[in-house]
Write a protein that binds this ligand. Structure first.
Ligand SMILES: [Zn+2]
Ligand SMILES: [Zn+2]
Length: 568
């Protein structure tokens, strides 16, 4: 079925919801009820505030109205007739006044009438597979100064199978929400004492550190050098970078020695100061400076969402200073790194897009053209298809956005690569060319994870809490069957720890079944079960998180397998 047909069905379902509400709560004033990407909503002003508990009755009534199979009739009536029909509804009267033609559309099903321009199914019997999803607040005309309304959300499909697939998906989203998993697994918490600033518990922090360690290995392989720059910098610096002008509303300010300072919302200026600290030669280029920079950005409290939308986060931020000729090869390498990282994290759908010059931006058209072309040429050579997003670039340059789709089909923008011709001018950065002339470097801003905190949340949901061996905070737990294996288990524990594995040992007097259960709840990838048989043979039995087992595995085989999984 075409999307258009689905919109028609969903908009018709909105009318059905409105009819049910009006029958159950006479005196309700209806406003509008459009179809949306996910389903539909209807905004209304009820005689008393409806609650979530009321949804069941509304849904029941909708099913009754569907069974009655009223034809959906549509006709045009004069504005006067419409005004008389909706004389008690100021919202509809306002809409009637705004319609430019003399006639307005009237939709009817049974004795229910609604003002509407049309686009419906032919009878209420066609609307069978629907579900009400919730109630929320809204305002007339989406304007906070106007009448507060209630909004009912729902969705509708053509078949029962589509509806149940949707319901299963909704359950998954709820069950594998990173906020829920983070609490269950004791990974992180959020506190009212620091709204929007997450707290990482030991296991959660271990995951962040593993992500960093992996990126550091790649940085080493690709000749990046790590730096660290201050969190608080003079406001003048942010005036020079343009952030003060373009980004002030999202920055936190402070005062030191009577001078205005800002908490960094980005790491770029720190890297620029290091590059500019002493004269540079073309022989040093490309110079790749990497930083795990902790940045702070103001967000309204209403938009904060777990680790996905926070007020402080860490970026795997790198700045590459290079010549114009080197831009293409450097971007190719960045794309190579990005694809390695994302494939290691089992993302199979990776999409690329080039964002071009926005309305609010620095520099000339010629410079923007040159930078945009360099990005497009590199992408073409890389051989992955890419989209163009007109006007979506940063104020200082065009960028490549990397968008992944997770296991639940949701799209996330993670990495970015930006080519920047302007900041080298703002910060008066130069190098001496082979001909002995002062030249401006091109700067490439690169982030693969983007926000580590956000990437962590995406991974947690993507894996439904079951992080792979290399990333799991505890990779292995040794489980003894009786205390007779304690000494062997402790030896094994010491050996695995020495080999760099993140390992725990469960020597409690619990039964083996409950030890297995507790390791499964903690979502530990490998359980090593040791009984007398294993002690005698000097082996272990591996029980994997997915329930599969391998019996009588030697320590050498175990270590080989573990090291392979940990490798970059
Ligand atoms: Zn309609
Ligand atoms: Zn930057």
């Amino acid at each position: 079925m075409a999307q258009n047909d689905l919109s028609i069905l969903r908009h018709s379902a909105a009318h059905l919801a409105a009819q049910a509400i009006l029958e159950l709560y006479p005196g309700t004033l209806l406003t509008i009820g459009p179809a949306t990407e996910e389903g539909f909503f209807y905004d209304f002003l009820p005689p008393r505030n409806l609650k979530e508990e009321d949804l069941h009755a509304i849904e029941e009534r909708m099913h009754e109205l569907s069974k009655k199979n009223y034809p959906l009739k549509h006709r045009d009536i004069s504005k006067d007739e419409a005004r008389a029909l909706f004389k008690n509804n100021p919202f509809k009267l306002e809409m009637i006044d705004e319609i430019p033609s003399d006639m307005v559309g009237l939709s009817e099903q049974g004795d229910f009438k609604d003002l509407c321009r049309g686009g419906h199914v032919t009878s209420t019997g066609e609307i069978k597979h629907f579900k009400l999803l919730g109630l929320s607040g809204s305002y007339w005309r989406a304007d906070k100064s106007k009448q507060a309304l209630q909004r009912i959300h729902g969705t509708a499909f053509f078949t029962a199978e589509e509806l149940s697939a949707f319901e299963k998906h909704q359950e998954d989203l709820l069950q594998y929400d990173h906020r829920r998993l983070g609490k269950q697994l004791d990974y992180f918490s959020l506190h009212d004492d620091a709204a929007g600033f997450p707290f990482f518990h030991p296991k959660g922090q271990q995951i962040i550190m593993t992500l960093m360690a992996y990126m550091r290995q790649l940085h080493k392989e690709y000749d990046y050098k790590e730096i660290a720059t201050p969190t608080v910098l003079n406001a003048d610096l942010w005036r020079r970078s343009g952030h003060y002008h373009h980004y002030k509303e999202n920055m936190y300010f402070s005062e030191i020695d009577g001078t205005q300072y800002a908490i960094k919302p980005m790491n770029c200026p720190g890297a620029f100061l290091i590059f500019g600290h002493h004269p540079r030669s073309y022989r040093e280029l490309p110079l790749k400076l990497a930083e795990f920079g902790h940045v702070h950005r103001f967000e309204l409290s209403g938009v904060l969402h777990g680790l996905l939308r926070v007020r402080a986060f860490t970026i795997d931020d790198t700045h590459i200073f290079c010549t114009l000729e080197q831009v293409e090869q450097e971007i190719l390498k960045i794309l190579e790194i990005a694809f390695r990282v994302l494939k290691k994290c089992d993302f199979t759908s990776i999409n690329l897009a080039v964002s071009t010059r926005p309305a609010k931006s620095m520099g000339s058209d010629a410079e923007w053209k040159l930078a945009t072309k360099a990005l497009e040429d590199a992408l073409t050579k890389f051989g992955q298809p890419f989209a163009i997003q007109e006007g979506e670039g940063a104020f200082y340059g065009p960028k490549i956005e990397i968008v992944i789709k997770d296991a639940m089909g949701r799209a996330w923008q993670t990495g970015t690569v930006q080519v920047d011709f302007f900041q080298a001018q703002n910060f008066d950065l130069t190098y001496v060319s082979a001909e002995g002339k002062q030249e401006r470097p091109v700067i490439i801003h690169q982030a693969i994870y983007g926000s580590l905190e956000r990437f962590f949340a995406i991974l947690l949901e993507h894996y439904k809490g079951h992080l792979p061996f290399w990333l799991a905070p505890v990779q292995i737990r040794i489980l003894t069957i009786t205390e007779g294996q304690d000494a062997y288990a402790q030896d094994l524990y010491a050996r695995l720890k020495k080999e760099g594995m993140r390992v725990e040992v469960d020597l409690s007097s619990d039964k083996i079944t409950s030890k297995v259960k507790s390791a499964q709840l903690a979502k530990i990838p490998w359980m090593l079960v040791v009984g007398n048989k294993e002690v005698e043979a000097g082996t272990v039995s591996i029980r994997y998180a997915d329930g599969k087992q391998e019996l009588g595995v030697s320590l050498d085989v175990l270590l080989k397998k573990a090291h392979e999984l940990n490798a970059v």
